[in-house]
Design a protein. Sequence first.
Length: 511
Amino acid sequence: MRTEDLIAILPEAILTGVGTLVMLLAAFLKKGKEQWCATTSLLGLAAAAIAVIYQWRQQGPAFEEMIVVDPFSLFFHLLFLLIAALVALSSLPYLRQERLAIGEFYALLLFATAGMDLMVSGNDLIVIFIGLEISSVASYVLVGFRRNSVTSSEAALKYFLLGSFATAFLLYGIALLFGATGTTRLTQIREVLRGGLHPVTAANPAGDILAGSTSVQPVLAQLTGPLPTTLLALAIALILVGLGFKVAAAPFQVWAPDVYQGAPTPVTAFLSTGPKAAAFAVALRVFMVALESSASQWSALFWICGSLSMFVGNLAALWQTNIKRLLAYSSIAHAGYILVAFTAHSSEGVAAVMFYLVAYALMNLGAFVVVSHLGNRGERYVEVEDYCGLGYRSPLLAAWLSIFLLSLIGIPLTGGFLGKFYVFRAALRADLIWLTVFGVLNSGIAAYYYLRVLVAMYMSNPTREVPVEPVPLGVGCVLAVCGIGTLLLGVLPDPVLHLAAQSAQWLQGRL
């Protein structure tokens, strides 16, 4: 194994090693000392971030081009580590309150993050699938982490069963794509679809040598027919189903409301940001690099999925009384906004997707952290009516939640506004007029149910006694990071936008 290979998987190796160490610590630590698991996890995430920064000077392929270290993967590595750190920092009070196994929680969180990192570094569909499974298995367990809760167990079972079906669709799609192109390497698939590489050569590196043999030429002549477009179209559709499930895009979103509501709130915060961003990153690499030449076949599918996701998510959210279900349908709608930029099929659209994912991660994480803190033991207070009068009972928490909700609406001076602006601008420049109109219309629909929560906090009297506990230091720090980050992205977006544009241009250069 070369040094370059070790450097390429250094963040994943650190996260896996620290996750194993946290499990061992949990077995030997005395009761009341579980905070060392959280501290160790945060140190491991910091070490992984340092490794990512070091990788900026060591970019390139590794493991025979199965893994690639590039600006695109490094951007998402940093995003995943930030999400995991914020979830880890805010989860300890919740875990103690619910009397859950702290060590196992942090270990699973680290393993899931390692899987997401592997997903975005993969230049081979098999590597991407392995990373997806590592992340998914850890997520299944995290959803059912409140073992004494019937809703949590039900959510875990639904997530596992539907996730297994989605994984099967993805795996069948990979198999069919291999059958059509003769390879699972993304860059080789691109060359095959462009006509610069033949499936026989892609499947057998010695194909060019064999082609020079007169005894083999008749056999190759029978294999060198036209590319099976029907098989390719079916492969694209199945891969879209598998990834569409992971991002909770319609019509593959049926699992999201029940899972988001039943899972522990810190886990819901993680699921709605980390795995969603990882699946979108994989989709960018698969469709914008490997399948770019087949954009005419998949762009219409993304157009339909984006439109359905926006309407289904926003219209269903109008009737929700549970704040977690409301944010679940909101997550479906935001997946639709991201798919609008996806359909633009341009470097500007890729940059818009990446910027939007950063803004969405901050505002959605912040909202769920507030919900987690106000839920109290057993998550008893998660109805919209429980937020009545919160502006008077806890002005600071209400202020933070207001910032996150206004950003989710897309109000100016927030990251959510600029995220939608860049998405719709990319769509307009790609002549996606009707899709942009649908997006703007849905932003107006979404304002209703977000403002309903704001009205409850500041203009309604409490309907029942809802205690508000003091905000722990870790939770306060996370709210400050998410809130300030949301505002900074709305006022000074240039650093993140420049990094996203640089990564998008690199990805576009691969086309």
